[in-house]
Design a protein around this ligand. Structure first.
Ligand code: URA
Length: 195
């Protein structure tokens, strides 16, 4: 294992993922972002580009962020597991546990005002209980992560809005709430654009 606070350069803890990945996909965004989004694991596009949420789910995330005055460049985006699982299956409990120290270290380094979990896998990973994301979306829970109590906000996965249009409103509401909780962080460009 090799990691500075934010970037894992080498890891072979999960044999199946070492086999299926073309690279380790680290988080992106400011190292001191007020909002940290945590997804599940890289998909095909993320594995190809080396960046989280750049495929279809990423387009939805970017669009809703923009609609709520949050440019992608002002938030940090990472995943529960940094390597693409074969056939985009869910990461196993062991794989999540193997990757968890990297996530915890990233959360500690970024020290965000709020951690937003995108979907069931990251929600259950961080809350350590079973989560019904659709009905619990928007809930904020105080969770001890690496001895520090963090506000974790449950959110549906952006891809859920593709399969069920009614989830779009839920997704937008959570993003709006997260922006408010984090003090509406703006990029310089976004704030200049208002004048
Ligand atoms: N879905 C995720 O959970 N993470 C990504 O990076 C892309 C899609």
């Amino acid at each position: 294992m090799e990691q500075d606070d934010l970037v894992v350069t080498e890891c072979t803890r999960c044999p199946a993922l070492v086999e299926s990945r073309s690279r380790i996909v680290n988080g992106v965004g400011p190292a001191d972002a007020a909002i940290l989004f945590v997804g599940e694991a890289p998909g095909q596009q993320e594995d190809a580009d080396g960046e989280p949420f750049v495929g279809r789910s990423g387009k939805i995330l970017d669009e809703v962020l923009r609609d709520h005055g949050l440019d992608r460049s002002v938030v940090r985006i990472t995943n529960s597991v940094r390597c693409r699982p074969p056939d985009n299956r869910d990461p196993t409990a062991t794989e999540r546990a193997n990757c968890r120290p990297y996530l915890d270290r990233e959360i500690a380094a970024v020290d965000p005002a709020v951690v937003v979990t995108l979907g069931k896998v990251p929600s259950e990973n961080l809350l350590d209980r079973s989560v019904a994301v659709t009905s619990e979306a928007g809930t904020v829970e105080s969770v001890a992560i690496d001895d520090q109590v963090r506000d974790v906000m449950i959110c549906v996965h952006p891809a859920a809005t593709l399969y069920d249009r009614s989830q779009r409103g839920t997704f937008e509401q959570v993003i709006a709430d997260a922006a408010e909780l984090a003090g509406n962080p703006r990029s310089d460009q976004a704030s200049l654009g208002e004048f």
